[in-house]
Design a protein around this ligand. Structure first.
Ligand SMILES: C[S@@+](CC[C@H](N)C(=O)[O-])C[C@H]1O[C@@H](n2cnc3c(N)ncnc32)[C@H](O)[C@@H]1O
Length: 267
C-alpha cells in the first residue's frame, strides 16, 4: 500500500520546504535563530559547521538521549536538513550506518549536501513518509526523531512503522512536543499551528497509549521544558482567529512542552 499525502502532509511539507529555502531555523514561521546552541551540549555542535547546526528545526537533543554506540544502525524520523544524522554518524563511527527519512524533497537535498560537506560517508537520506517507512523490518538498532511525530496526522501508524523496523531489543529516543491538558479547539483546527509543531501535539498519556498499543515497552515520556518560541511562532500565525474565539497566547503556554521520550521493542 502506498501512503497518500493528506492535506496535513501537504501543509507541513510546504511549510518546511519554504523554511529550508529561506534557511530560517526552528518549527515556527519566522524564527531565524540558532536554537541548536540552546538545545545541544556545546561540545556536540563543535563537530559540524555553524550554518549546518543552525538549519535545525528540532525541540530537543535526541542524540544525548539515544546514547549511541559504534557500529549501530540509526534511523532518524523526519531528518530535515540532517543535523541529527550528522551528529549520530560521528557517534556510530565508520562501522555504523545512519539513515534519515523525510517526505520533503528540499530537506533531502539540503541534508545530502550537508553530509557531503562534512564527508559523512556512513549517512544516507531517503525520501518517504513516516507512516510508510522505506526501511526493511527488524534492521534498525536505534530510532531517533526531533520534533516530528507531532506533525503526523496518523501517529499510531508512525509508531507501528517504528516498531516494525526496529530490531528486537531496539530503542526509540525521541524529542517531541506533547501537551499537558487539552489545547483550545481553535488551535487544534489551525493548519499553520499544526505545521508549527503545536496543533498536532497530543497529551503525554495519549502518546504513551499509542506506543503501548503497538508493542513498545519501558516507555518514558518526560516533559522537560516549556517551548515558548515554538508556541509564539505558531500562535503569531493564527492570533487574529484566536482573538475572535477569546483564546490567548497564555492559554497555549499552559499546555505545550518539549519532552524526552524513550521506549524499547522487546528483545
Ligand atoms: C520540525 S522539522 C524537524 C527536522 C529535524 N528533525 C530537525 O530537528 O531539524 C520536521 C521535519 O519532518 C518532516 N516530516 C513531517 N511530517 C512527516 C511525515 N509524515 N513523513 C515524513 N517526513 C515528515 C518535514 O518534512 C520536516 O523536514
Amino acid at each position: 500500500m502506498t501512503q497518500s499525502p493528506t492535506p496535513i502532509h501537504e501543509t507541513v511539507r510546504e511549510h518546511y520546504a519554504g523554511r529550508i529555502k529561506n534557511s530560517a531555523s526552528c518549527c515556527g514561521p519566522d524564527r531565524s535563530c540558532d536554537t541548536s546552541s540552546n538545545i545541544y551540549p556545546a561540545d556536540l555542535l563543535t563537530t559540524v559547521p555553524t550554518d549546518v547546526a543552525n538549519t535545525s528545526y528540532g525541540c530537543g537533543d535526541p542524540i544525548t538521549l539515544a546514547s549511541l554506540k559504534p557500529g549501530q544502525t540509526v534511523l532518524d524520523l523526519g531528518s530535515g536538513a540532517g543535523l541529527d544524522c550528522l551528529l549520530a554518524s560521528q557517534k556510530v563511527g565508520p562501522s555504523g550506518h545512519v539513515i534519515g527519512v523525510d517526505m520533503t524533497p528540499e530537506m533531502i537535498e539540503r541534508a545530502q549536501a550537508n553530509a557531503k560537506r562534512v564527508n559523512a560517508a556512513n549517512v544516507e537520506f531517503r525520501q518517504g513518509y513516516l507512516e510508510e517507512l522505506p526501511i526493511d523490518s527488524n534492521t534498525v538498532d536505534v530510532i531517533i526523531s526531533n520534533c516530528v511525530i507531532n506533525l503526523s496526522p496518523d501517529k499510531e501508524k508512525v509508531f507501528t512503522e517504528a516498531f516494525r523496523v526496529l530490531a528486537p531489543g531496539g530503542k526509540l529516543a525521541v524529542s517531541d512536543i506533547v501537551t499537558e491538558g487539552p489545547l483550545p479547539e481553535v488551535v487544534k483546527k489551525s493548519l499553520s499551528a499544526w505545521a508549527g509543531c503545536v496543533a498536532g501535539a497530543v497529551e503525554a498519556d495519549e502518546y504513551i497509549g499509542m506506543m503501548k498499543a503497538v508493542g513498545f515497552t519501558d516507555i518514558s515520556v518526560k516533559p522537560v521544558f516549556f517551548d515558548k518560541e515554538t508556541v509564539d511562532a505558531a500562535f503569531d500565525d493564527m492570533k487574529d482567529v484566536a482573538a475572535t474565539m477569546g483564546v490567548t497566547r497564555e492559554d497555549v503556554y499552559k499546555a505545550v512542552y518539549s519532552a524526552k521520550i524513550t521506549a524499547y521493542k522487546p528483545a
